[in-house]
Design a protein around this ligand. Structure first.
Ligand SMILES: Cc1cc2nc3c(=O)[nH]c(=O)nc-3n(C[C@H](O)[C@H](O)[C@H](O)COP(=O)(O)OP(=O)(O)OC[C@H]3O[C@@H](n4cnc5c(N)ncnc54)[C@H](O)[C@@H]3O)c2cc1C
Length: 303
């Protein structure tokens, strides 16, 4: 909104976001549009001063808690796929919206299916112009992948301290195989920290995270699958019957200083798998880095 919103949109929505009056979720993915996001099919048709939306979104994090959903909708099906998409601000508090929770491997329901049946959206709720939604969506993903580049490593460093404490508590801190893996984790977190500082420095110099946000996203998510695997190996059989407090969030790490319960690590281990999928899978991040950061030749597209 700060970059692409109209003055009216900024004036109305930004204070409400800061005050917590509106809670937003992200309506991008559909059953037939994930990595291939430009394939979205949720249809928007203009009826007088309103858009009428019909279709479905899926994997919508916090959709069951949100009051609003920013939605990628197909506003022109006659042009190239990414040229007929608009970015719309949709109030979820209307009868045409149905939210169905999806159960995750951890047993929790953090994400949802969202169904739209004749959902009405004021004409002015398009951000950045009709059929210009692809540019807005990509800019947003740059922020989503890059925004935690500088702060994320602080959490991963705190998590590493918990990992060392766990190895100490469990009496394996002097095992050379564990020490080797801890040293690997330490090195990765330090590199992550410097990568984050580079992103922060560029941001302070006026550069917004774009395709290079993929570097940070790929780095932390792949690292996290390995560090949590080490925690599970340290706990051994205890990890199979997790007990204690659950992590405070399904995303990234548990809180700094959280107790080293088997539940905290087992759930974080499961959630870490999802980290390599949401905000774009690792394969897609590698494509972005190859094509848009390093300038390598594009992969062949089936369409
Ligand atoms: C926990 C979680 C929360 C999420 N929250 C949201 C949300 O709030 N809002 C939202 O809109 N979406 C959300 N998503 C959806 C997420 O963005 C998609 O799952 C993701 O983009 C992958 O799309 P897909 O699931 O359709 O998999 P697919 O695109 O079908 O991919 C399947 C596999 O094929 C690989 N693949 C696909 N294309 C290529 C290619 N060109 N080259 C190489 N490999 C390829 C992928 O890497 C993957 O391994 C969430 C997902 C998760 C797991």
């Amino acid at each position: 909104l700060l970059l692409f919103g109209s003055e009216e949109q900024k004036r109305y929505y930004l204070p409400r976001i800061i005050a917590g009056d509106d809670i937003w979720c992200q309506g991008y993915s559909e059953p037939n549009a994930g990595s291939d996001l430009s394939n979205i099919g949720l249809k928007a048709e203009l009826d007088g001063d309103e858009w009428v939306l019909n279709g479905q979104k899926i994997w919508t994090s916090a959709g069951h808690l949100a009051t609003h959903i920013f939605t990628l909708a197909r506003t022109d099906a006659t042009v190239a796929k990414h040229k007929g998409i608009s970015f719309m601000l949709v109030d979820m508090r209307q009868p045409g919206i149905e939210v169905r929770p999806i159960k995750m491997i951890s047993g929790e329901s953090e994400f949802n299916e969202v169904f739209y049946t004749d959902v009405r959206v004021p004409k002015d709720n398009v951000v950045g112009g009709v059929n210009n939604g692809w540019a807005i969506a990509m800019a947003l993903l740059g922020f989503e992948r890059g925004e935690a580049a500088a702060t994320g490593p602080i959490r991963y460093e705190a998590e590493f301290d918990r990992l060392v404490a766990l190895a100490t508590e469990r009496g394996v801190i002097n095992d050379p195989r564990i020490r080797q893996r801890l040293a690997w984790c330490y090195t990765k977190v330090q590199i992550m920290k410097y990568l984050g500082r580079r992103t922060l420095t560029k941001f302070l110099a006026g550069h917004h995270p774009g395709p290079d946000g993929a570097v940070s996203k790929l780095y932390w998510s792949e690292y996290h699958t390995k560090s949590t695997e080490l925690a599970i190996d340290i706990m051994g059989m205890d990890a199979m019957i997790p007990v204690g407090r659950k992590p405070s969030t399904a995303f990234q790490t548990d809180d700094p200083g959280a107790a080293n319960s088997s539940m905290s690590w087992a759930m974080t281990f499961l959630n870490a798998r999802a980290g390599t999928i949401y905000a774009g899978s690792s394969q897609i991040q590698r494509n972005i880095i190859g094509e848009l950061v390093l300038g390598l030749p594009k992969e062949p597209k089936p369409n």
